[in-house]
Write a protein that binds this ligand. Structure first.
Ligand code: C5P
Length: 411
């Protein structure tokens, strides 16, 4: 079955000469079994008729926000809920600006504001409009909000100029959509992820912590959502925006993280422990700020719970993935941890060097599981996260399969 079969797509069409391509796009999408509901902006009418798009999509075209007939047919909220994705092709500079500012003054912008599903824009405009700092700032805002963008392509433009701004061709858009839906490797699974550092209080103003930024854990959470799973992210103190569709729980100390993990772990199919949990905490947290009275100061530290170890050794553990941030002997230390903590997988990286690791945007990982390993060379944390999730998904399926097929497991 095609990846687009039975997918519900709200196709937004804006006012652009490229709107003629929307007709071909609809025809191809319906041939692949997608259900299409077209929402046209007012100016789209100047370029293509609703009748054309209605005939091709085999559904009424939606155009008006405050219209009894349209609302009784399918309201803006119903359209927003119905959509598996909202695809806006062509997407004009004006609509990009409206989307960036959260406008809700017509049907398409209101549906975009009301949806929890991914929004994809396929820009189409003159290259000077595309390059204008106003448009670029709006695009940047949308990227931060995880609006997906296909194109624009470069080449000859209807205005006679050449450059970036052409709407992507329908065939390319369909290839991109197929790739997106293909990625749903973990559909229906619940993934619990920890991220960031923990802070262990010394007194009301001081704590012990580490340099973890949470970037890797957040990138993994995002990749897990893209792969179709429900994601709960338990994070230590980090200033990061929560990826779309991720349930986030903020904690500060290792003990709080441990409690939060035990509250959710029984519902989880997979546990990924990226958090740099402090191994020790002060035995006593002073209730008042410690004064600078003596020449030296001794802090008594006690062990924190090993959250990962506890999860992996619980009665009915999820598929458990640990992280090993090491300054030396990366492979050896990772393999020891994999065994000692009875993990299903461990992802090791070198920290304390110039590139990769804690606060960097890039990382390289060596991933080990009983009987296998794979190296993920230096790349952005987003790319590494997607690759790691693909490996986790594969090993998770294998472990599920061998649990239900003991002959294979015992081989
Ligand atoms: O043994 P080590 O602390 O180096 O193991 C690192 C792995 O264990 C990481 O996945 C980290 O998130 C997890 N960990 C934990 N609880 C601790 C310490 C580390 O879950 N107290």
């Amino acid at each position: 079955m095609n990846k687009l079969t039975n997918k519900n797509i709200v196709l937004g069409v804006c006012g652009s000469i490229a709107a003629y391509k929307s007709a071909d796009l609809i025809r191809r999408l319906t041939e692949l079994g997608a259900n299409i509901r077209v929402v046209m902006t007012q100016s789209a009418n100047e370029f293509i008729t609703p009748l054309t798009l209605q005939t091709l999509s085999q559904n009424p075209v939606h155009q008006h926000l405050l219209d009894c007939d349209s609302e009784s047919n399918m309201s803006h909220i119903e359209l927003a809920r119905w959509a598996d994705i909202i695809l806006i092709a062509p997407c004009s500079a004006n609509f990009i600006a409206k989307l960036a500012h959260g406008a809700a003054d017509d049907l398409l912008s209101t549906v975009c504001l009301a949806t929890r599903s991914p929004i994809i824009i396929v820009p189409a405009m003159n290259n000077a409009m595309w390059e204008n700092p106003a448009t670029q700032e709006n695009i940047h805002t949308l990227e931060k909000r995880e609006v997906i963008r296909f194109g624009p392509a470069a080449g000859n433009q209807a205005c006679g100029e050449t450059g970036l701004g052409r709407m992507q061709e329908p065939v390319q858009i369909i290839n991109n959509l197929n790739e997106m839906f293909q990625a749903k490797l973990l559909h229906g699974q619940h993934i619990l992820i920890t991220a960031g550092p923990t802070q262990e209080d010394i007194d009301p103003v001081r704590y012990i912590s580490n340099r973890s930024s949470g970037k890797m854990g957040f990138a993994i959470a995002k990749a897990a959502v893209e792969a179709g799973s429900k994601v709960t992210l338990i994070c230590g103190p980090v200033q990061r925006s929560t990826p779309r569709h991720v349930d986030r729980i903020d904690v500060r100390t290792a003990e709080q993280m441990n409690t939060a993990v035990s509250n959710f772990v029984t519902q989880a199919d997979i546990f990924i422990s990226t958090a740099a949990v402090a191994d020790y905490r002060p035995q006593v947290t002073q209730s008042e700020k410690i004064k600078k009275t003596s020449e030296d100061l001794k802090l008594e530290l006690v062990r924190n719970p090993d959250i990962l170890l506890n999860v992996a050794n619980a009665a009915n553990p999820p598929f458990t993935v640990g992280f090993a941030a090491e300054t030396n002997n990366v492979k050896e230390n990772a393999l020891t941890k994999l065994k000692l903590k009875s993990l299903d997988m461990i992802a090791a990286n070198q920290v304390g060097n110039e590139k990769g690791g804690f606060d960097s945007d890039e990382n390289a990982l060596a991933v080990f599981w009983p009987g296998g390993e794979i190296l993920l060379p230096m790349a952005t944390k987003e790319k590494i996260a997607r690759e790691l999730i693909a490996i986790v998904a594969e090993r998770f399926q294998v472990s599920r399969f061998s649990e239900t097929n003991p002959i294979i497991k015992n081989r």
